[in-house]
Design a protein around this ligand. Structure first.
Ligand code: 3HC
Ligand code: NAI
Length: 707
């Protein structure tokens, strides 16, 4: 037995006739240049050594290989490329076996598909998720996966980006053997020795050939999938490139198809969608890196109380129960607690009706739930989340009760959307334990959790909140205290820009269409109809007294609400919803209200193109995003991006509003704002941060990297 370190992160060790090549680049063996060089070196070493009869590829640590090193994309490529590595593995004159554990994704699975035989541990997860990053598998994956699994299943794997379990992978031909031993190395070594004993041949995936009947059938399958993908992929660039490459694999020689796959991959690399999607990938992982989580250990978190069982309280309770946490819900009276429990049960009953949960499973979950009208029931919980009416006095009264009954060290959180959490904290004897946990509706589904950090809160409470988000599988974003925190504060501004557009001449339907065309699932007026116009109306009335009398105020929404038209729940809002329909139709009476309001305000309407609509909408969003960063409400621009990606339906392939601004060019955004400011200098005040960055020739991303 001998061991050596070939280039840095691929270790080789000879065990009898098998050279074990272990990829060791924590945390997930992403195929950076050292690993690529190391793999080639290991193959060459095996070929040069007559005593070696087989090579076993394994990964150290928690994964086989998570794919190409995404951090290298966009930088100048370093040889050897991954397709070269895969070709070299496949061409090896000694038997190559890949033994996968943990994740084998993207380029990682492509390495395995280039090996001659594949073993996967039972818990391994295999996938080709490149489309989620705006890419296609670019190291032979679009050609080798169909040869191993068939065109339909391979395209499904590539377009869904899903992770396939090892048992399924074996059933569909992607994997030859399942491993049950202690480690992939032990199982892989046994398998390699067995293959050698059997005299197994070098079985190269590229040589797997189809009959002409099979090829025609595959082309027909592909034509069908192409039509479906064109409909479903909604402006996404890479899914159709996957299909194109798979077709090349059926129609051209392997080498020619491989060359074309590379070209298509490079087109994807150059696409702004790739930049947006990879930014989103890293933003989601960076948001958890906050000073408090680095500085302090989270407190114990084994049981939770929820005060209020309405829309939010029930959704929050479901989210907690799903994470296996016991929940005690407090309501005002017996009828309300029964309603709160029913709200929770309704979610599970919906899952049962769809066949996604059994009654037994629901019973097991509900066994963790208890309801009470006495705050004393919260005496021993580690965390309480308050979700009662949005009224400072009501909330302060609840917190006074919590202060009275909760054990020392319990974390006391509020789900308020807008209220001053510093004021809530200051009203009790333990402000260091008070934090904002702003969930989004429906709370058991939406991924965003704004963690709002008041002035007096202690670092371990913030760390506990991030720990909770991890348990709930949410994307947590740290926010400072202000009216609306990150998301709702920015929303208020671009929503106003949409109202100005409407009063100036664009119809709500044109604005919604432009916003959908940009990539959102729905526009702001559809969103208002869905959420209920009465919510915004109540907020506007509450703020009427403090509104700047010089600021422009569009009254159209008030005129609509005065008629009792609150959106879907009342059958009409900006749109008409005949007979409970959820798809709205343009309403001529709403158009008449808008016309009357324009006339009252002395505005001569003009037309707007979709491009103009989006320039204003986005400029307002970006400008307020810059203010939020400048004032420290968001730690970095990427926190604003994550907020909008996970809480507001911002199209992921555009990376978030701040990344989008970087791609458009901050000078362009600032120039737009200065042009719009000629009409309304009060509303369109350029953010000082935006001006500074433009002056210095920097972008928002420079601030992400500065942290
Ligand atoms: N490249 C570079 N870094 C990566 C990476 C990759 N492919 N995959 C993960 N990482 C990093 C993460 O950014 C994170 O870094 P951090 O600790 O500094 O924040 C660290 O590895 C751990 O990742 P996670 O926090 O996501 O760990 P999990 O255990 O939750 O998840 C995973 C592991 C399922 C592998 C997940 O990281 C993942 O999905 N990775 C991306 C997989 C992927 O998309 N592969 C395809 C890449 S493109 C490709 O291969 C092109 C080829 O066809 C040519
Ligand atoms: P809701 O009106 O549906 O529910 C409030 C519940 O609190 C009611 O069931 C009520 O009986 C109960 N309640 C009131 N006073 C109480 C008290 N003193 N003790 C115990 N229970 C009491 O309201 P919703 O929509 O669930 O909102 C709750 C909070 O969540 C508000 O602060 C709101 O701003 C915030 N929020 C709401 C979102 C939404 O989309 N609805 C999104 C994010 C936050």
């Amino acid at each position: 037995m001998s061991a050596s370190n070939t280039p840095a992160s691929v270790r080789t060790e000879l065990r009898g006739p098998v050279l074990i090549a272990t990829l060791d680049s924590p945390p997930v063996n992403a195929l950076n240049v050292e690993l690529r060089r190391g793999l080639i070196a290991a193959i060459e070493k095996a070929e040069a050594d007559a005593s070696v009869q087989a090579v076993l590829l394994v990964g150290a640590g928690r994964a086989f290989i998570a794919g190409a090193d995404i951090r290298e994309f966009g930088q100048s490529p370093q040889p050897p490329s991954l397709p070269e590595v895969c070709n070299r593995i496949e061409a090896c004159s000694k038997l190559v076996v890949a033994a996968m554990h943990g994740h084998a994704l993207g380029g990682g699975l492509e390495v395995a598909m280039a090996a001659h035989y594949r073993l996967a541990m039972r818990d391994a997860k295999l996938g080709l998720p490149e489309v989620q990053l705006g890419l296609i598998p670019g190291a032979g994956g679009t050609l080798r996966a169909p040869r191993l699994m068939g065109v339909g299943p391979a395209v499904d794997l590539m377009l869904s980006g899903r992770h396939m379990g090892a048992v399924e992978a074996q059933a569909c031909g992607l994997v030859d053997r399942l491993g049950d031993d202690d480690s992939a190395e032990v199982a892989g070594l046994a398998y390699a020795l067995e293959l050698l004993q059997q005299g197994a041949s070098m079985r190269r995936t590229r040589d797997a050939s189809a009959t002409s009947a099979e090829r025609s059938e595959s082309l027909a399958t592909l034509a069908k999938l192409e039509a479906e993908t064109a409909k479903k992929s909604r402006g996404l660039f890479s899914p159709l490139k996957v299909i194109e490459s798979v077709r090349n694999g059926l129609e051209l020689s392997f080498d020619e198809a491989l060359k074309r796959e590379r070209q298509l991959f490079l087109q994807c690399i150059d696409s702004p969608q790739r930049a947006g999607l990879i930014h989103a990938f890293f933003a989601e992982r960076e948001v958890v890196k906050v000073p408090e989580a680095r500085a302090a250990q989270p407190r114990r978190l084994a049981s939770v109380g929820v005060v209020g069982g309405g829309i939010m309280g029930a959704g929050i309770a479901v989210s907690l129960l799903d994470a296996c946490l016991p929940v005690t819900m407090i309501e005002r009276d017996e009828a309300s607690i029964a309603r709160g429990r029913a709200n929770v049960e309704k979610v599970y009953d919906g899952l049962i009706a769809k066949g996604r949960m059994t009654s037994e499973a629901k019973a097991a979950v509900m066994a963790r739930f208890s309801g009470s009208i006495s705050y004393d029931a919260l005496a021993q919980v580690d965390l309480v989340i308050e979700a009662v009416f949005e009224d400072l006095d009501v909330k302060k009264a609840v917190f006074a009760e919590l202060d009275r009954v909760c054990k020392p060290g319990a974390v006391l959180a509020t789900n308020t959307s807008y209220l001053d959490i510093d004021a809530i904290a200051a009203s009790i004897s333990r402000p260091q334990d008070v934090i904002g946990l702003h969930f989004f509706s429906p709370a058991h589904i939406m991924k965003l959790l704004e963690i709002v950090v008041p002035a007096k809160v202690s670092a371990d409470v913030v760390a506990t909140a991030f720990n909770l988000a991890n348990k709930l599988k949410k994307v947590p974003v740290r926010a400072g205290v202000c009216d609306g925190f990150i998301g709702n504060r920015i929303l208020a501004v671009y929503r106003q820009a949409a109202d100005y557009l409407m009063e100036d001449g664009a119809s709500p339907y044109e604005i919604d269409a432009a916003v959908r065309e940009f990539g959102y699932p729905m526009g702001p007026f559809q969103m208002s109809d869905l959420a209920g116009g009465d919510i915004g109306w109540a907020t506007r009335k509450r703020r009427a007294a403090t509104r700047n009398p010089k600021a422009r105020y569009v009254q159209i929404a008030d005129r609509i609400c005065e008629r009792g038209w609150f959106g879907q729940k009342t059958g009409r809002g900006y749109y008409l919803y005949p007979q409970g329909s959820r798809t709205g139709q343009p309403d001529p009476e709403v158009q008449a209200i808008i016309d009357a309001e324009r006339e009252r305000a002395g505005i001569t309407p003009r037309s707007f193109t979709a491009d103009e609509i989006m320039r204003r909408y986005m400029a307002a969003m970006i400008n307020e995003g810059a203010n939020v960063v400048d004032q420290g409400i968001a730690l970095r621009p990427l926190d604003v991006d994550a907020t909008f990606l996970y809480g507001y339906g911002f199209p992921r392939y555009r990376g978030g509003p701040m990344k989008y601004a970087d791609m458009v060019g901050l000078d362009q955004v600032l120039a737009d704002i200065r042009t719009f400011a000629k009409e309304d200098p009060l509303f369109w005040q350029p953010s000082p941060l935006l001006e500074r960055l433009v002056d210095e020739g920097k972008n928002f991303d420079s601030l992400n990297r500065a942290q």
